[in-house]
Design a protein around this ligand. Structure first.
Ligand SMILES: [Zn+2]
Length: 331
């Protein structure tokens, strides 16, 4: 697909000092049309196409007459296999209606060619940023809608249709189930609102941490956690005595501790994530040296050494040990 967008930005027709020259070459008609279009948009001049077929392309100023005689005639030269400017009269003398307003030739398709690389690199780039880019480049304020449509054109050209990709999903999931025995898939659809994902990790015999389940949902909201946790319990970790470490986000905490939760003792036990504890510690006590002591304490492999660290922390600041004691332990 990319090859269709062979027009390179920053071509000579974009520089206002440059003019078309008789004898100038273009690789194909697409390039010819784009060059004429860009030239006129940049100069805020409206033009009309006088003739356009497989071997000729001519255009002239929309006010063509005694006031302005801008015109161009480009045709295909079989010998060199290129399009060549044969007749040219310019620059336009009618110059500049008023720059700043929209230009009728600056349509979504034209904009899509300009923003193609940006959207390809940053698919989530906002319309506002693109709009600014278009304004900087062409000197026109274009409507949200035009830019939005342009972005759609680019997205479809890169990813094809959303619908198409979506329809491919079951096939993809089926392949996963075929080649990763034990894979269990539950696809639930609803109107799209944004997205967030959950990932559950597993540590294998070689201490590698591997994701074992994930969900793409509309956000970290109660319903989403409820959906994820219930399927996780049912299909991925049905065994009792599972240890749960979470980031203690309000919505996950609420769901884990709900009355009917299967994530509480005796079914499962909740622990704190070291990173969570340490991050909270820094917010509360802002002490980097004691942070190191705390990290050593939480990574201890036996309980025997813990009192030593705990005592040290108490000696430094009693508030720390109170804070640790008040932390709800595994229920
Ligand atoms: Zn003119």
């Amino acid at each position: 697909m990319t090859s269709e967008w062979s027009f390179t930005q920053g071509g000579p027709e974009e520089d206002l000092r440059n003019e078309f020259k008789v004898g100038q070459h273009f690789r194909n008609k697409k390039e010819v049309m784009l060059a004429v279009k860009t030239y006129n948009i940049k100069r805020a001049v409206e033009y009309k196409i006088v003739c356009s077929d497989q071997c000729r392309y001519s255009a002239q100023c929309i006010q063509f007459g005694p006031g302005c005689n801008w015109s161009i005639h480009i045709s295909y030269r079989r010998k060199v296999e290129k399009w060549e400017v044969r007749i040219y009269t310019g620059p336009p003398k009618c110059m500049q209606t008023s720059i700043g307003q929209d230009h009728c030739r600056l349509d979504s398709k034209m904009i899509s060619q300009h923003i193609f690389t940006m959207v390809k690199t940053y698919p989530t780039i906002s319309i506002k940023v693109l709009q600014g880019g278009v304004e900087n480049h062409f000197g026109y304020k274009v409507s949200n809608r035009k830019v939005w449509l342009a972005k759609q054109i680019v997205i479809v050209s890169i990813y094809r249709d959303w619908k198409e990709s979506y329809n491919e999903l079951p096939r993809w999931l089926f392949a996963m189930q075929m080649y990763l025995p034990g894979t269990w898939v539950q696809l639930v659809t609803q109107p799209w609102l944004g997205s967030a994902d959950f990932v559950i990790f597993h540590r294998d015999g070689n201490a590698n941490i591997l994701p074992i389940a994930f969900a793409v949902v509309e956000g970290e909201i109660n319903e989403a956690w409820s959906f994820f946790l219930s399927y996780l319990r049912q299909h991925v970790t049905p065994q009792p005595g599972v240890l749960v470490i979470s980031d203690k986000h309000k919505s996950i905490d609420g769901k884990l501790n709900a009355n009917d939760s299967l994530w509480r003792p005796p079914h499962a036990f909740q622990l704190f994530c070291t990173r969570y504890i340490v991050a909270n510690f820094i917010t509360h006590f802002k002490n980097k040296n004691l942070k190191k002591v705390l990290i050593n304490a939480v990574y201890l492999k036996s309980q025997r050494e813990f009192p030593h660290y705990f005592g040290y922390l108490r000696g430094e600041n009693e508030a720390i040990t109170r804070w640790l004691e008040e932390m709800p332990s595994s229920q």
